[in-house]
Design a protein around this ligand. Structure first.
Ligand code: HEM
Length: 129
């Protein structure tokens, strides 16, 4: 198979840089979340466990290994967010931090936009307040 044909078979996860790419994205994202006035107060001071869970979740969300389900069971992400007051403003802020992180890790613009597009659905779906 030609390199080009292989390229077309890449999963979105691989296009984002696989495990290492997702890890870098998460490490760029959470400091922005913590610094955001609307988001920071919702999160614990020790952000490491949240980063680990997000790494596992995004891995499977983008088509890589189903790490979150293996370690934490069914994602039920909307239910897991119910204890937190998620407003439309917070969903937009979350997506804004993610947009910055996607740019910061140096992904191609088209990939940045595609990733954001995929995350927009869940982010708005988690609004509960
Ligand atoms: C819409 C705005 C969002 C807000 C304000 C928000 C906020 C939060 C908060 C406060 C937590 C709990 C942190 C803790 O453990 O104390 C959390 C956990 C988590 N969030 Fe979000 N989140 C949002 C959107 C999303 C989206 C779009 C995704 C992924 C598509 C996501 C994935 C996760 C994951 C994987 C966890 C860990 C769940 C667990 O504890 O098992 N979040 N989020």
């Amino acid at each position: 198979m030609s390199e080009e044909a292989k390229d077309h078979q890449k999963t979105f996860y691989e296009a984002l840089g696989g495990a290492e790419g997702i890890r870098r994205l998460v490490e760029s994202f959470y400091p922005k979340v913590q610094a955001h006035p609307l988001l920071g107060p919702l999160f614990p001071a020790d952000i490491t466990p949240v980063m680990d869970k997000q790494y596992m979740f995004l891995s499977q969300f983008f088509g890589g290994p189903a790490l979150f389900s293996e370690h934490h069971g069914h994602p039920m992400m909307r239910a897991r967010h119910l204890p937190f007051p998620i407003t439309e403003e917070r969903a937009k802020a979350w997506l804004g931090c993610m947009a910055q992180a996607l740019e910061e890790v140096g992904l191609e613009r088209s990939l940045q936009l595609a990733a954001l597009e995929r995350l927009k659905g869940p982010a708005y779906h988690f609004i509960n307040s």
